[in-house]
Design a protein around this ligand. Structure first.
Ligand SMILES: *[C@@H]1O[C@H](CO)[C@@H](O)[C@H](O)[C@H]1NC(C)=O
Length: 223
């Protein structure tokens, strides 16, 4: 497959982008936590793909980990959607993915603007891996499990590579985000950073172990 050499530019997740052909837009970012993240689930409501479609524009919710991995289920707009996942013009490709030196990935499948992509990451105690799934309209379409250490932060990204760095990316939402820590960390709330984004706010009903955000609004962005 075509590698998405993604690097989180957000220092909060522990990385700095070293590639000049990569630009980052709006973001909602949490972390690092004093604990670690056992589970994170969100629903990305896909916007319309940029028009024209250029290589490559990626939307993803990611988790930076203690190993230096980036767990990042992807939705990517390619200039040639058919060549990448059999998608029609105007569609996205989505798949489970982890950046671990190279870009590991599950099956790539087409998705359309308006689709709800549930992107879920769950630490599996019996394997020590994070099990990742992408569910489109109720059906698991792509999965991947990686030994990645422990996740320290969670954040959304709008990432433009190469020609896509002259695109306009439509506003979009992440709904019903739930992040479950290994142990309570009330300071997690203080790590929230918003860049051209807003949210309904972070709530916890168990004193800092489980965190919920009903709505994250990522604003339209012109690269
Ligand atoms: C943990 O991973 C194993 C091996 O993939 C799988 O069979 C099992 O269902 C997973 N456990 C949970 C709780 O998902």
């Amino acid at each position: 497959m075509h590698g998405i050499r993604s690097l989180v530019s957000l220092a909060l997740l522990g990385w700095a982008s070293a590639q000049q052909s990569i630009a980052f837009g709006p973001a909602f970012s949490l972390g690092p936590t004093k604990s670690w993240i056992r589970e994170a689930t969100t629903t990305l409501v896909l916007p319309k793909a940029p028009s024209p479609q250029k290589d490559r524009l990626a939307l993803w919710p990611g988790m930076g980990t203690s190993n230096g991995d980036l767990i990042q289920a992807l939705a990517v707009s390619f200039s040639d959607p058919a060549a990448n996942c059999g998608a029609r013009a105007g569609q996205w490709c989505t798949w489970a993915s982890t950046l671990q030196g190279s870009q590991l990935g599950g099956k790539q499948v087409p998705a359309s603007g308006g689709d709800k992509l549930v992107m879920a990451y769950k630490f599996n105690d019996s394997t020590g891996k994070y099990d990742q799934t992408v569910t489109v309209n109720g059906k698991v379409v792509s999965s991947l499990s990686t030994s990645s250490g422990q996740a320290q932060g969670w954040g959304t990204a709008v990432e433009a590579q190469d020609q896509a760095s002259k695109s306009v990316v439509a506003a979009h939402q992440y709904l019903d985000t739930t992040i479950i820590l290994n142990s309570a960390d009330l300071t997690f709330r203080d790590t929230l950073r918003l860049t051209d984004a807003d949210s309904s706010g972070l709530t916890t009903s168990d004193n800092g172990k489980t965190w919920k955000v009903t709505t994250i609004n990522i604003h339209q962005h012109s690269f």
